[in-house]
Design a protein around this ligand. Structure first.
Ligand SMILES: CC(C)(COP(=O)(O)OP(=O)(O)OC[C@H]1O[C@@H](n2cnc3c(N)ncnc32)[C@H](O)[C@@H]1OP(=O)(O)O)[C@@H](O)C(=O)NCCC(=O)NCCS
Length: 325
């Protein structure tokens, strides 16, 4: 028996912002951003839009591809740090939009590792016999949390949501292993004081040094590479498979140089590493499911392929899942 992702979906805000557009109001360049990060543009949430609505659109797409409706679900688990409210949770906001009342719906706050954590939690519940069909969502809108005068941080983030439907079923396909880690002592490498997305969009808060994301980029870069390499090796060991047998790594899209450095250290060739950061930037918990959805659409994943998901983010948190597709 295994818990298997049977369908995925994604949805983005309406507005895409290119690096050239950033050049108009910020001391930066398309060349700098591309060469340091691989990012060419990103989607940003605007006033009048709701991230929960976007996440619901991604969820509807995944459910429809799975041939299911919200009534079939046993739980909704969302990786996010971008809830409109301190409470109710983001998951409850998605639940009511989907009309899936009374099933458990809750958030997992692990920043950019949110989807990896949510998937691991869902798998454990399914193995325990609690749920048979789970909707997983990764959604964030970190562009609403940046100080746009801080060029070191603001150019990196974009907004969006991805969703996946997981089903517990007989057979050898599905999640082979997951591994999660956190290191609270590094909390200040990437942090944000508590204020929600809605407050920014409604202009109650103009984010400056105090109320914006604070990041120690170069330090974070080194830890991200090391931790993602280690967790990827260990999750493969735990699953009893060799790294060279992995067909595709769909990792968190934080920085092209981080993704490539991790792949190099693992000895994986570029064709086994999925990358779409150029068009999205770092969408935090949205990044892995958005990338997964695109990888499937592009025919990069086939039945029974070994697929590795990995991420590192604020907390610090990091983790990996190994799936037989
Ligand atoms: C943020 C990051 C891209 C910065 O790259 P870097 O090579 O470390 O660059 P530095 O921060 O050392 O800055 C180098 C120079 O570029 C400048 N610079 C920074 N941002 C710039 C921008 N957007 N445009 C132009 N110049 C910029 C800096 O001011 C600095 O100039 P100085 O030496 O004259 O002060 C990189 O550290 C990184 O990706 N870190 C990980 C961040 C991350 O992924 N966070 C999310 C994890 S989930």
């Amino acid at each position: 028996m295994g818990s298997r992702i049977v369908a995925t979906g994604r949805a983005l805000p309406r507005t895409s912002v290119t690096n050239h557009e950033l050049e108009r109001f910020m001391e930066t360049s398309d060349e700098w951003i591309r060469s340091r990060t691989g990012i060419g543009c990103r989607y940003t949430l605007r006033s009048g839009e709701e991230l929960a609505e976007i996440a619901t659109e991604a969820s509807r797409s995944a459910l429809s591809r799975a041939g299911m409706t919200a009534a079939d679900l046993d739980a909704i688990i969302v990786g996010t740090v971008s809830s409109e409210f301190a409470f109710p949770s983001f998951a409850c906001q998605v639940q009511t939009r989907l009309g899936a009342d009374s099933i458990p719906a809750y958030d997992v706050a692990a920043a950019c590792s949110g989807f990896i954590y949510a998937l691991s939690v869902a798998d454990a519940h399914m193995r325990a016999g609690d749920f048979k069909k789970v909707l997983l969502v990764g959604a964030d809108a970190l562009s609403t949390f940046v100080d746009w005068s801080d060029r070191r941080t603001s150019v990196l983030f974009g907004d969006g949501a991805g969703a996946a439907v997981m089903v517990f079923e007989p057979g050898s396909r599905g999640v082979l292993a997951s591994l999660l880690h956190s290191s609270g002592k590094h909390w200040d490498l990437l942090s944000l004081r508590a204020t929600g997305v809605r407050a920014t969009l409604d202009s109650e808060i103009r984010r400056d040094g105090t109320d914006a994301i604070k990041m120690k980029g170069p330090e974070l870069f080194k830890i991200a590479v090391k931790s993602m390499e280690e967790v990827s090796r260990r999750v493969a060991e735990r699953a009893g498979i060799k790294l060279e047998d992995v067909s595709l790594v769909v990792g968190h899209q934080a920085n092209q140089r981080i993704i490539s450095a991790v792949a190099d250290r693992l000895g994986l060739p570029a064709e086994k590493v999925f990358m779409n950061i150029e068009r999205y930037g770092n969408t935090s918990a949205g990044s892995v499911p958005i990338a997964l959805d695109e990888a499937l659409e592009q025919g990069r994943i086939h039945d029974n392929d070994l697929v590795m998901l990995n991420a590192c983010g604020g907390g610090l948190t990091w983790g990996a899942n190994l799936l037989r597709w």
